[in-house]
Structures are given as structure tokens and as C-alpha cells.
Design a protein around this ligand. Structure first.
Ligand code: HEM
Length: 311
């Protein structure tokens, strides 16, 4: 038996237990990003990624895709305005019938460098969840104890409620490696950029939004036509960290638009239950050494195993 695998899945159980202890347990739902809807989409690559990677879905052939927009909370009934970070998970269907996923969020960085520090940070939040404690109090306690969490939690505080799921910028946070036909390898990150532009709500507009305003708005928007995103690749340079999700790359890195994602309508019931696993990548793409990225495989499998048995 592979010991690393065993250790990783035990740690995944511990991580999912910690999430439940801090944020509540909602049987049958994803243990994070519980409230969300999966939509049908089509991805049209523009050929610009061809010199960088042999990945089949990034060449010249249009492929089917699914997109799940979500609130980050573990609570499936939370009003949209109370869950600041939003997720956009994309599953591309490869020309050979396989799939690959890209899971992005409205934060540019994460608050933990390793799975163990993720668990320790959640425990610190739990220890500081005394009566009357605000989110700001809990964040302060974590930031004092774990300096690696400061930039990530600061980024959470800066988030504004979006006008629409279609008007957010979504980041992969993690780096991946692209390999081209000549065997050249290059570190990259992804972003999903809304073609509708970036639009947020002012404080006075937040109060009169319905609890599910984001889903309602997207359905209304889709009734008028597809919702579009550009898939952008950011090219890393020598020395840019590929193993640390708490650290952003410099802003001036070269960016290449590699394709266009067109979301058309709600996907079927079965698709709503799929796992979007960011470590499932095709030939021409590799996961970086980032321990959080690699850990997400087991954490998501643990969540799927619990939710699919109605735990
Ligand atoms: C230790 C690190 C992490 C843990 C333990 C964790 C845990 C989870 C779990 C348990 C789920 C539910 C999976 C399912 O049932 O299908 C989930 C979903 C999700 N996570 Fe994470 N996560 C981590 C890091 C991240 C990071 C760094 C991002 C940022 C890109 C992220 C973004 C998301 C999104 C967008 C979803 C929703 C996916 C969907 O729509 O199905 N997570 N996470």
C-alpha cells in the first residue's frame, strides 16, 4: 500500500471533520460551496495555447463543458450576500470523452500553505468562536497566530458582493505546468474573466437583494442569451512560487487569452452532483507541487463520499 496515499486520505477526513465542526454539517451537501447550480456550456479554444501545451481541449476543437457557480459557505440555505467568496468550477469534456476540471474562486490567494495548517487554522477559529465573537475577531486571532494567513484573510475582507455570477473575476490560485510538443515546460495560472465586465453592489443595494439573487439573476440573464467568459493563462517566470497558494505572482506577468466559454442554460440533475476535482488534468498539463492543490483530490473525494450517502 502507498503510505503517502493513506496519510493524505486520513488528513482529508480530518480536514472535512474540521470544516463540519467549525461551519456546521449539512447532510447530503458538499462540505464547502454547498449552494450552487451547474450549467451547460461550450468552450471554444482560439489556438493561442497550442505553442504552450498539447492539452486536447486547448487546441482548435470546440468542446462541451459544465460550469458550477457557488457560494463558498457550507450552509446550502445561506443568503447570497452573506457568503463573500464565489466559486466557478469548470469541467471540460475532452475530445476522447475524458474530462478535466478547473476550479476557480473570486480570491487571488488562499489563507493556508499546507493541509495541516488549514486544519490548524480552522481549529483556531473554533477555539475563538466564543459567544459574541464576530468574524473580524476570529480572523484577528488566526492572523496573530499564523502569519501565512494574513494576505488571504485580508483578501476575504476586501471582497464586494457581486452584481452577478457573470460579473466576477475568478482565479485558479494554484499554478500548473503546461508542456508543449517539444517537451518544453512552463508554469502557468488561470483566470476566468467575465465578458460582461466587473460589476459589484453598493452597500445600499445589498439590503434589498433576495436570498437567492445570484441564481435568479443568472437565470434571467441566460433567458436573454449566453453568458460568456474568457479563459486567460498567466505565464509564470523564473522564481515565481509554484508551491505556495498564499503568495500571488507579480501583476505584470504576461497574460494570454486561450479561449471563450459560453454558458447556455441549467444542466441536468445528474450533473448537479458531480465532483469538480482540480487535480484531474490531461496530457500536456501537470499539477504543480502545491500541497494544497494536490490535497484537494482526497478532500473532495471525502466530501463526495459523505454527501452521496446522505451523511
Ligand atoms: C485545504 C484546502 C481545501 C479544502 C480542504 C477544500 C475543501 C472543499 C470541499 C470539501 C469541497 C466540496 C467538494 C465536493 O463535495 O464536491 C470544496 C469545493 C470547492 N472548493 Fe475547496 N477546499 C480547499 C481549497 C480550495 C481552494 C484553494 C480553492 C480555490 C480555488 C477552493 C475552491 C473550491 C470551489 C470553487 C469549490 C466548489 C466546487 C464545485 O462547485 O463543485 N478550494 N472544497
Amino acid at each position: 500500500m502507498n503510505n503517502n496515499k493513506l496519510v493524505s486520505s486520513e488528513l482529508a477526513e480530518e480536514a472535512v471533520n474540521s470544516i463540519e465542526e467549525v461551519a456546521g454539517k449539512y447532510p447530503g451537501y458538499r462540505r464547502a460551496h454547498a449552494k450552487g447550480v451547474v450549467y451547460q456550456a461550450v468552450f471554444t479554444p482560439n489556438g493561442q495555447a497550442g505553442p504552450l501545451t498539447t492539452a486536447a481541449h486547448l487546441q482548435n476543437q470546440e468542446v462541451q463543458a459544465l460550469v458550477r457557480f457557488s457560494n463558498s459557505s457550507t450552509n446550502p440555505s445561506i443568503p447570497d450576500v452573506f457568503s463573500p467568496a464565489k466559486g466557478m468550477a469548470v469541467q471540460f469534456v475532452l475530445p476522447d470523452g475524458g474530462v478535466t476540471s478547473l476550479v476557480t474562486i473570486t480570491l487571488p490567494i488562499f489563507f493556508a500553505k499546507t493541509p495541516q495548517s488549514f486544519i490548524n487554522i480552522l481549529r483556531t477559529i473554533k477555539e475563538n468562536s466564543f459567544e459574541g465573537a464576530t468574524i473580524a475577531d476570529k480572523f484577528k486571532a488566526v492572523m496573530e497566530k499564523y502569519s501565512e494567513s494574513r494576505a488571504g484573510l485580508q483578501a476575504v475582507k476586501m471582497l464586494q458582493p457581486p452584481l452577478s455570477f457573470a460579473t466576477n473575476l475568478y482565479h485558479s490560485i494554484h499554478a500548473y505546468y503546461f508542456t508543449n510538443a517539444a517537451g518544453e515546460r512552463r508554469a502557468i495560472k488561470y483566470e476566468c474573466e467575465p465578458e460582461a465586465g466587473l460589476h459589484f453592489l453598493a452597500q445600499e443595494e445589498v439590503e434589498n437583494r433576495s436570498p437567492d439573487y445570484l441564481e435568479d439573476e443568472l437565470i434571467e440573464r441566460l433567458s436573454k442569451g449566453p453568458v460568456a467568459f474568457q479563459l486567460t493563462v498567466i505565464l509564470g517566470q523564473e522564481g515565481d512560487p509554484t508551491d505556495d497558494p498564499t503568495s500571488a505572482w507579480p501583476e505584470d506577468r504576461e497574460r494570454i487569452v486561450v479561449g471563450h466559454l459560453s454558458i447556455t442554460g441549467v444542466a441536468d440533475e445528474k450533473a448537479q452532483e458531480y465532483v469538480f476535482d482540480p487535480t484531474v488534468v490531461p496530457a500536456g498539463i501537470e499539477c504543480s507541487e502545491d500541497p494544497i492543490l494536490n490535497f484537494r483530490h482526497d478532500a473532495y473525494a471525502e466530501s463526495h463520499s459523505r454527501r452521496s450517502t446522505n451523511q
